[in-house]
Write a protein that binds this ligand. Sequence first.
Ligand SMILES: Cc1cc2nc3c(=O)[nH]c(=O)nc-3n(C[C@H](O)[C@H](O)[C@H](O)COP(=O)(O)OP(=O)(O)OC[C@H]3O[C@@H](n4cnc5c(N)ncnc54)[C@H](O)[C@@H]3O)c2cc1C
Length: 447
Amino acid sequence: MVTVPSNQARARHRDIDYDAVPGHLTAIEPGDAGYARVRSTYLRGGSPGLVLRPGTPAEVADALAFARAQPVKLGIRSGGHGISGRSTNHGGIVIDVSRLDAIEVLDERTRRVRVGPGARWSEVAAALAPYGWALTSGDYGGVGVGGLATAGGIGWLVREHGLTIDHLRAAELILADGTHVRADDGEHAELFWGLRGAGANFGVVTAFEFEVDEVGDVGFAQFVVDATDTAGFLHRWGAAVEAAPREVTSSLIIGGPRPGQPLLAHIMTVVDAADPDTVISRLRPIAATAPLLDQSIQIVPYAALMNAPHGPHNGHGEPVTRSALADHLTPELAVDVARLIESGESYFFQIRSAGGAVGDVARDATAYAGRSANFSLSAFGAARTRLDRIWDDMRPHFSGIYINFETDQRSERLHEAYPEPTLDRLRALKGRYDPDNVFRDNFPIAP
Ligand SMILES: Cc1cc2nc3c(=O)[nH]c(=O)nc-3n(C[C@H](O)[C@H](O)[C@H](O)COP(=O)(O)OP(=O)(O)OC[C@H]3O[C@@H](n4cnc5c(N)ncnc54)[C@H](O)[C@@H]3O)c2cc1C
């Protein structure tokens, strides 16, 4: 769609009926003060024709009814950290629910907490800390609740406490037809199943109810290692992680190769223990996986780990990523990853541990199906076709996809994220709850 400037200051989109925007909605359009703060997301540049910022579920329904009547793209935004999720666009509408950010303890005895989709994980961690609680989420506190808690949630406590969606007990959402429903194991149970892994397809979640865990201070280690023996290191690190008790969750980042310098890997590990001797003993096997060049080990509150600043986003362009779940870091997979890194086609490569408690949940219990995987791999690259070529060749090593790190839009990705019979079940659910495919900004499932 083409954006038609009607004067110097405004660039209204001709297919949006601006006069019909309900007057009680907060609406920001090109040329408005504040547009620069809402147009882009963390990783994407955008120029939407209109950003609606509802402050209540009823306003979300009104915003959705308006948006549905406009023949333009629609993005749903909570924290704006989407990678797969296109929560901005060019010339379309964004429904931004960041004002729905309340965090409330519902029941101290059962540790039941209600969280708005617009809250950030840093805010959730800070709100739970005074109770001695935490909810496993991701590794970066700036990420929003809405996009992560509808897809999975692989975080610092994943091996011990599973995915974020495994703690979800109920969700409230506005469906495509504007109705406000509550989904849990009793009401709309099939929808509740689909929300946990493919949630972006069925509505706009306006509140989540989670059961959280007791978590005190944790050990947090950062190691810089010489990863010149890349394949050997990856295999050893993978084996050390799988052999570690569940209170250990580790991830690693490798940047692109730099001529004349050894390849470095940055390993970050959380040990859910406050006793320094326990922390050190749990870290030793991980530190032994490659020559250690630098290290820092702290005992910190979980909320300190998640503390992250967040302000307006200023992303540019489109991220190019590939991702996969792997059951094990086999020697063969490690060799192929080493080849990818040597090629220079990925400037940021990351492996997170999954596994542990994730595998305690049955594969068909949620739409997230990657229960056998011990690892989640993701690569950011500069060139789509070159990254795709290398990553496609690695597919035999993989057991699935966690959609939240994936930007390849070819249809095979949907099948890898939701292998049958999961995809069939999701299609039926989509046909029932969103037959017109209103929610299609994030791995849409054809009804
Ligand atoms: C720096 C960074 C670190 C990350 N680390 C982790 C990590 O450790 N673990 C992990 O699991 N993931 C991680 N992610 C991925 C993250 O989970 C996803 O990108 C997630 O979608 C971000 O959520 P958001 O609300 O901030 O994003 P948004 O951009 O606001 O939303 C992304 C998509 O989610 C859907 N969505 C958003 N809000 C709603 C809602 N209220 N109802 C229904 N659907 C909605 C929409 O399809 C939207 O396009 C990371 C991402 C980044 C950028």
